[in-house]
Design a protein around this ligand. Structure first.
Ligand SMILES: [Zn+2]
Length: 143
């Protein structure tokens, strides 16, 4: 699942399964999943896709996550958006029952970092060539 854009009250996402784009209110989302008494505080589930029914979620960075290997790439900037979304949901108290917000140790993005990559707003440009996975030139044998 890909987050395209975050506004004050909504998040715009693209369904990976069918490509459907929709907007969710932040009030529809919670941090964490409680399933048969087990708590997984490390994910943010989204309501199922209203087009194909897929259930998707995003995973915020851990507090000690090292920077994405390719800063400025789609993956790096998407990780920042997910972390911003996580912080906003926690600020609003949108946390699943049974989870203590104070114990959610996730990576905080600094204003400088956000301003650097999102100076025109919290929005990701469409996927470009850099989205290819595992095709880095460094992995090819050198002659
Ligand atoms: Zn879908």
């Amino acid at each position: 699942m890909t987050i395209k854009k975050i506004t004050d009250n909504t998040v715009e996402q693209t369904c990976d399964a069918c490509g459907h784009v929709r907007s969710c209110s932040l009030d529809e989302l919670t941090v964490g999943v409680v399933n048969e008494g087990r708590i997984n505080a490390g994910v943010i589930p989204f309501p199922c896709c209203d087009n194909c029914g897929s259930v998707e979620y995003v995973i915020p960075s851990k507090e000690d996550t090292v920077d994405h290997p390719s800063t400025g790439s789609f993956g790096h900037r998407h990780a920042i958006l997910v972390d911003i979304l996580h912080e906003r949901l926690v600020e609003r108290g949108r946390v699943a029952r049974g989870i203590e917000p104070a114990k959610l140790k996730k990576r905080k993005r600094t204003k400088e970092e956000i301003d650097r990559w999102f100076k025109d707003g919290l929005e990701l440009a469409p996927l470009s060539d850099e989205s290819h996975k595992g095709e880095d030139a460094e992995t090819r044998p050198q002659q």
